[in-house]
Design a protein around this ligand. Structure first.
Ligand code: KG4
Ligand code: ZN
Length: 349
């Protein structure tokens, strides 16, 4: 079953051609350089850039997969969560192609794609990894921080989530306070590695004592701001690596604290990590360490492009939806759902 998948939820115009769990081609046209000056993603700029590139990206993905539209079985598209006016561009293109070539549309939740990422294969069918439900999912990106009990294909329960900022967003904001451009996560990781991930400043570990599996990063962000405000410019600059490292340790410690609690609460054999932040080596070290402690296997997306936003993950999640007979109703407009939750993935419109 060949699927053409589209994701325009944020700042990547992404299209892929997939066949079951295999990726035949994937193209991501990044807009990061357009948004740098704003310190985050500017929705109107994202919308226009998606509109300008979507046709080219669709054609390129088909060409790279050596597949024509006639050979495509279904069209998958992200309908949330994400930026409303950015999502609309992908949905419009998917519906247009579906009616022109008489295909069905499969609506996919972006976070569902991040969960499936660890099970995606290259075009030769590697790596081979078996699903073993229930699994624990840890989704960490610029917009989300969620602990998910993944009960079966397409069946999810959110057992913990951030009550304010996402972990990636916290890293981006801290980096901005230190004078770096968006996205800040990779910069913080590099600076922290230079000082062996030390923790000199011991910033607060948010929500450590809360009796749930939720996260919070706004207090940590404020503590960081107060700390650097008290410093002279010279002092700040000469401590920039230590500051970055201590901040990253605080973010990851509080993530791992709740993830460990979730491992104790739920009987799972596998923990899967997904989202832009999980490319981070320090994050991976922490997650592997706690998973080993509970004899749980930790899985990460097998190729780096699968951690960031992409459409391959949408195509693979869509394959399981197609098998379950989940398609958008023909002739009914498919609406975007900017705050779509994993717990009601079939809500359309
Ligand atoms: O999943 P993603 O590409 O987009 C969203 O759906 O949000 O995630 C982007 C986030 C940004 O906050 C970015 O700073 C973070 O992922 N990120 C990283 C690293 N690379 C990207 N965070 C920590 N370390 C990295 N190396
Ligand atoms: Zn994402």
């Amino acid at each position: 079953m060949k699927i053409l998948a589209i994701d325009t939820s944020c700042d990547e115009t992404a299209v892929a051609v997939t066949s079951e769990r295999r990726v035949l081609s994937h193209v991501e046209f990044s807009q990061v350089y357009l948004h740098k000056q704003y310190g985050g993603v500017m929705p109107s700029v994202a919308k226009r850039a998606h509109e300008e590139r979507i046709d080219f990206v669709v054609d390129d993905a088909l060409k790279r997969a050596r597949v024509s539209m006639d050979e495509i079985d279904h069209i998958a598209v992200t309908y949330g969560p994400g930026l409303a006016i950015a999502l609309e561009v992908g949905i419009k293109k998917a519906v247009e192609l579906a009616s022109k070539y008489r295909k069905k549309v499969i609506p996919v939740n972006h976070m569902e794609g991040h969960l499936y990422s660890s099970f995606i294969q290259n075009k030769n069918g590697n790596p081979v990894r078996d699903f073993s439900f229930p699994m624990l999912g840890l989704l960490v990106s610029g917009g989300h921080t969620e602990l998910v009990l993944w009960k079966d294909h397409l069946s999810y329960e959110i057992v913990g989530e951030t009550i304010d900022d996402a972990a990636g967003e916290a890293l981006d904001k801290a980096a901005r306070m230190l004078g770096f451009e968006y996205p800040g996560g990779p910069v913080i990781e590099r600076l922290a590695a230079d000082v062996d991930n030390n923790d000199i400043y011991k910033f607060p570990r948010p929500m450590r004592m809360s009796n749930d599996l939720n996260f919070s990063y706004s207090g940590l962000k404020t503590a960081f701001l107060y700390c650097i405000k008290k410093m002279s410019e010279d002092e700040k600059n000469s401590n920039i690596k230590n500051l970055s490292s201590s901040f990253q340790e605080a973010v990851f410690n509080s993530l791992m604290n709740k993830t460990e609690q979730a491992m104790k609460n739920y009987k799972v054999n596998i923990v899967v990590a997904g989202g832009g932040v999980v490319i981070n080596k320090r994050f991976r070290f922490f997650l592997r360490t706690i998973a080993n402690k509970y004899k749980i296997e930790s899985l990460f997306p097998p190729f780096n492009y699968l951690t960031a936003d992409n459409a391959a993950m949408i195509g693979v999640a869509a394959y399981y939806k197609a098998q379950a007979g989940i398609f958008a109703k023909e002739g009914v407009s498919l609406d975007r759902v900017p705050r779509l939750s994993l717990e009601n993935p079939y809500l359309i419109g």
